[in-house]
Write a protein that binds this ligand. Sequence first.
Ligand SMILES: *Cc1c(COP(=O)(O)O)cnc(C)c1O
Length: 466
Amino acid sequence: MNWDEFADWSRTAADWGRDYHKTIRDNPVRAQVKPGDILSRLPAAPPETGEDMQAVWDDFRRDVMPGITHWQHPRFFAYFNSNASPASVLAEFLSSIVAPQCMLWQTSPAATEMETRMMEWLAQGLGLSDSYSGVIQDSASSATLAAVLTMRERALEWSGNTEGLAGQKPVRVYCSDQVHSSIDRAIWVSGVGQKNLVKLPTKGVRKALDVDALRAAIKADRAAGYLPAGLIGVTGATGMGACDDLDALANVAEAEGLYTHLDAAWAGTAMICPEFRTLWTGADRFDSIVFNPHKWLGAQFDCSAHFLRDPDLLRQTLAIRPEYLRTHAESDVIDYSEWSVPLGRRFRALKLWFVMRIYGMEGLRSRIRNHVAWSQALCERMRAEPDFEITSEPVLSLWSFRPKGATDDQTQALVDAINDDGRIYLTQGMVDGRKVIRFQAGQFDCAAEDFDTAFDTITTIARNLT
Ligand SMILES: *Cc1c(COP(=O)(O)O)cnc(C)c1O
């Protein structure tokens, strides 16, 4: 393909993209294929000679699209959303065309300096103090790994990278039992080890980490010869939206000298609305904070905003300077590859620049406010139905329910029947050891009517099953 053909096909793709989104509500949200269906349509070997773009295009539409679950469908109420707003898609298109590799300042000064500025814009948007520096990581999982490595190295006085962990005091990290699996992964990969991740019970409606249990665990660990290193808080946990009391956690961390990391991967976006910030009071006392614009803000994957109170701790943990990476002006500039585990980096800031300029902070806020209001209104409608019960109260746009008196199998059967129907997409979860149905809203273009469709779909399918 030459660049003239590229331009023609880009127009075809753009027109198709417009039509795809305009008619997306006509599709079942979850792909309705069986395992192996798509594989069987793909030839077992690559072609020896190049094919026509028209043939590839036709196969894309015929063989690939049926196997797509429509994450941009306005009635995607499963997991958390992963939004790709049109402004963001355009920025990613431009970034793909230029394809800069943004590991050092000099390998694309515009990418580095825009990243610095966009992270400042986001910090202001969230109401964080201007003492934070920011970097865009590929995922919240990577940001958490970087934070756990920092905890480890800081506690071991920077000897883990050189000496390894054998023979060192075991490093301990504390969190609640509500945290995301990416915390466990970071603990495995960092060599800290699962048994040194101390998961503590929670208290209250917000399922906040029990601070008395935390203090007791740290005290017992010190007595047993462990090395308490870090504390991971959560605002808006994936399961049912648990939120820790961040001020209380920061008090303990300060008294005990622990490095603190906050996982607000989903809920962080909502903090652009001042009225929701009570959910994370005390966040700006944390050393490290991550949230995902690639979930709820409209910037498509990959885009995780990672704020650091003292980026030198992270750089001391991760910076490597072989000769070929040395540059002339190195003291005056930021080389963001020193702030993350991977060396290579995409130009991720461009989509944030497009999104914040095209929609404006007020446009983004009004979307979040609508999602929260519509989701909570649906929760109240469901609560008023005698044959359903609400199993976890709304945290922003996330809550859960089940048919009253349903067994776990019956609840799962309802989730499966709803997703086979296709008008909406939901996932199951667990509350207090029992299966529930999770509802969350946050698709960029969803509308009030989509929540009416959700109500009708859930109630009719449930009543037909019994
Ligand atoms: C989605 C999510 C993550 C993982 O995010 P990635 O960017 O996919 O790594 C971590 N924590 C919470 C609370 C999440 O909601």
